[in-house]
Design a protein around this ligand. Structure first.
Ligand code: ASP
Length: 440
């Protein structure tokens, strides 16, 4: 029997998880059962992906840079990547702002709903902790750049949140390896090449469990979700965000078709396992190993490009998050009757751009930076908790959707950069058991 393709397997796992989670909201013991007995399997899967993220960045970026024949090429890749990331993010925010201004989802929301949402969430620790986190970020305007430079390499390697520090160290190491010449760098290069192969094999092995893991992850999301009435009240706002995110996918497919001359549906099919995992985990950082594997092996982007573009993108390029921040900021202002000028909207473009760069690639991070976006347009500090409370009920499902866009955006840019430097080749897929016969 022909084996079902991976994305179908994952999709079936997701659907079964959704149904199971929904059914479990009925019995009294259902939510607790999912929490105690199902959720751990999802968590283990996410932990496994995170476990290999740092070794993968290290090995593949060193390999990518040391395969370059000259450093000027790296400069070219670096500048292009940053430039294109800024452009796609600005497109995303502008699209979000246009939609929210045309559709005005905040104007239709009743006083009663606002009161109910405020009572339910404004003092919720999940909301207050986001406000606290935002105030920490705000105190150091250049903190983001300062934090990029590690003072202890093992410290950086030991914390997944310090991905940019790892990238900084690895680029430094890779460039220095180029500078000592091929012959002297050989032992180190062989070591990292082998490590790279091993970690990619680990991705293949972990992915064997993906269909089961997404079942657990989605069952838990559904079983732990809040009052459905509040979700319905926010349907129009959520609809605007989802429409914007969908249009971003259309935008990416147009870019892929026109610039890289590849079939956009083929592109979406190849990247779909990463998208489905982004949706299930709400974390572009956890999805990164799979994104890298798909882009390199299934799409044919050379490691010289993907090894830099993708890890950097996972942390700084968040098109979905920035679109959401634009929509959410204006929605909150509309709902709470806070007047906004055109200048305020332009300020949102700038701050949401910076906020998406500064957002961590983990669930719920976009909401923290939303606080900073709101403050930049003079939103009163005492109403911030109410503002966040308004959108909190639908934040998790929207987080899942925007993470898909974050990951797709990174993959698209990696193709564009690869094409522009002549590094978009043919796919060469590896399976977990390619060498199994030799060791059986
Ligand atoms: N969860 C998103 C990500 O990891 C970030 C966010 O928008 O909250 O890409």
């Amino acid at each position: 029997m022909r084996k079902l393709e991976l994305h179908w397997q994952i999709l079936i796992g997701m659907l079964l998880g959704l149904v199971f989670g929904f059914v479990m909201t009925y019995p009294d013991w259902g939510r607790e059962f999912v929490q105690d007995w199902i959720n751990p399997f999802g968590n283990i899967f996410v932990k496994l992906l995170k476990l290999i993220a740092i070794p993968l960045i290290l090995a593949s970026l060193v390999k990518g840079i040391s395969d370059l024949k000259d450093i000027s090429k790296f400069r070219k890749i670096g500048f292009r990547t940053m430039g294109i990331y800024v452009v796609t993010t600005v497109v995303a925010i502008s699209l979000g702002l246009i939609l929210v201004n045309i559709m005005q989802p905040g104007n239709g929301i009743s006083e009663e709903t606002i009161t109910k949402l405020t009572e339910t969430y404004a003092t919720d620790t999940a909301v207050t902790s986001k406000l606290e986190e935002a105030s920490k970020q705000r105190e150091r305007p250049l903190g983001f750049i300062e934090d990029m430079v590690p003072d202890n390499v093992f410290g950086a390697l030991s914390d997944n949140k310090l991905m940019l520090q790892v990238i900084f160290f690895t680029v430094f190491l890779g460039i220095s390896m180029l500078l000592i010449g091929e012959e002297r760098a050989k032992p180190l290069k062989h070591f990292f090449d082998a490590l790279n192969y091993v970690v990619l094999k680990m991705v293949d092995l972990i992915m064997l469990t993906a269909p089961y893991a997404v079942f657990a992850l989605l069952a838990n999301v559904v079983a732990s979700s809040g009052d459905p009435d509040l979700l319905y009240a926010l349907l129009r706002y959520a609809g605007v965000v989802v429409l914007g995110l969908f249009l971003m996918i259309v935008f990416y497919t147009i870019v892929v078709a026109t610039y890289t001359k590849k079939n956009p549906f083929w592109f979406l099919k190849q990247i779909s396992p990463a998208q489905l995992l982004a949706f299930s985990t709400s974390s572009s950082a956890a999805t990164l190993p799979v994104t890298m594997e798909r882009v390199e092996e299934h799409i044919g982007v050379d490691k010289e490009v993907s090894s830099f573009v993708l890890p950097v993108g996972a942390t700084i390029n968040m098109d979905g998050t920035s679109l959401y921040q634009g929509v959410a900021a204006v929605f909150i202002a509309q709902a709470l009757a806070h007047d906004m000028t055109l200048g305020d909207q332009l300020t949102i473009v700038l701050t949401a751009l910076l906020a998406s760069i500064g957002s961590a690639a983990v669930p719920g991070a976009g909401m923290v930076m939303l606080v900073i976006v709101l403050e930049s347009i003079g939103f009163p500090a005492d109403k911030l908790a109410i503002g966040l409370a308004l959108i909190f009920a639908v934040d998790r499902p929207l987080d899942m959707c925007r993470t898909v866009i974050n990951v797709t955006g990174d993959a698209t840019v990696s193709m564009v950069v690869a094409k522009s430097v002549g590094k978009l080749g043919d796919p060469k897929v590896e399976d977990w058991d390619d060498y199994y016969e030799e060791v059986k």
